[in-house]
Design a protein around this ligand. Structure first.
Ligand code: ADP
Length: 341
């Protein structure tokens, strides 16, 4: 009895399906994940009514070592499962069921990410190698060689920015489940970031219009990671400058919101004018290396990772990111964060 209680507690925590069968392959127990795959109806019924795989009965009857097979299940959607048959006693067998579709999807994302990284680093490297060869093989004037060296420097800086952003992302993934502990005054943090952008704003003659008139928003404190919140403002304001035409205004609106049953929140909306972003791109902007216009992002020094980083940081802070854009008019990136005071 005690054993079966332990099994239930453990199997509820598993992130794979677990089914127990008796001597006649009747389902005596299924954990919540197995039930979500095959439905409650499997309980007290023979398993081969639901998992229609010829090898299943043979493997159950074999009663030797655990054996695995891949099973394609046709229900509302087609799912691939990896089923491991584990003989327990003469009379009982366990089936461990892993969702292979999810694993496959995860594996594909991982492969695509690595292919993207290789490609992103390969292009600046190819250009650097090309210029080194040119400088080695040709009689090049001082002016030309300076020009080539400047391009090589830009490309090397780009590689360095990509690697910095990748490191930031992997650090965020490692810390995803650790709650941040700094008390951060949002407006102070925002002003620090703005002061570091002064030269770039001057270069493009862009004005910043910061609206935070409400006293509550001026005093708003969040529980967060100081460096990460700084990075969020850095990335969003940096993008607003990069993608705004010259001689325009960037608006930053800070709004305190009182919520009755939840924590109060603060929203920071950063808007810039410009070409805008067509609606079909909006849901994909926070994917790693997704850009609307690759050449434009490249020309303005983008890595394609800035918004992926912002999204990760928002998740870690129980915050949200919203993006709206009027084509050829205004683009707004808003973040909303829960307040502690
Ligand atoms: P990047 O380094 O290319 O800027 P991001 O992840 O920061 O990468 O942004 C992804 C893409 O979203 C950009 O390439 C650009 O197409 C679009 N984007 C981001 N911010 C803005 C903005 N403020 N205005 C217009 N487009 C933007």
């Amino acid at each position: 009895m005690e054993n079966s209680i332990d099994l239930e507690i453990i199997s509820k925590e598993l992130d794979e399906g677990l089914i127990l069968l008796d001597l006649d392959a009747i389902v005596t127990y299924a954990n919540p994940i197995a039930l979500s795959y095959f439905g409650e109806r499997i309980l007290s019924k023979p398993i081969y009514n639901f998992i229609r795989a010829p090898q299943l009965i043979d493997l159950i009857n074999l009663k030797k070592k655990p054996k695995k097979f891949e099973y394609i299940h046709h229900a509302n959607s087609v799912q691939t499962y990896l089923i491991t048959i584990i003989p327990l006693t003469e009379k009982a067998t366990a089936l461990k069921i892993a969702d292979y579709s999810q694993k496959e999807a995860f594996e594909n994302v991982r492969k695509e990410f690595i292919a993207n990284i290789s490609h992103e680093l390969r292009s600046p490297l190819t250009s650097i190698i090309g210029f080194i060869e040119t400088l080695q093989n040709l009689e090049v004037s001082k002016d030309k060689s300076n020009h080539f060296l400047k391009i090589m420097q830009d490309e090397a800086n780009r590689m360095s920015r990509i690697l910095d952003d990748l490191l930031s992302l992997s650090k965020l993934e490692i810390n995803a489940y650790i709650k941040p502990v700094d008390n951060i005054n949002i407006l102070e943090n925002l002003n620090i970031v703005l002061s570091t952008m002064e030269i770039r704003l001057k270069e493009k003659n862009i004005r910043v219009n910061l609206n935070a008139n409400n006293k509550k928003s001026i005093k708003s404190i969040i529980k967060g990671d100081f460096d990460e919140i700084t990075q969020v403002f850095n990335n969003l304001i940096d993008n607003a400058i990069k993608y705004s035409p010259e001689n325009k205004t960037i608006s930053i609106d800070v709004d305190y919101k009182r919520n009755d049953n939840k924590l109060n929140t603060i929203s920071i909306s950063i808007s810039n004018e410009g070409k805008g972003i067509a609606e079909e791109h909006l849901p994909r902007l926070t994917e790693r290396f997704y850009r609307v216009d690759k050449d434009r992002s490249r020309d303005v020094g983008g890595t394609g990772l800035g918004l992926a980083i912002v999204k990760h940081i928002m998740n870690r802070h129980d915050g949200e990111l919203f993006i709206t854009s009027n084509f050829n008019k205004k683009t707004t990136f808003s973040i909303i964060l829960p307040l502690i005071s």
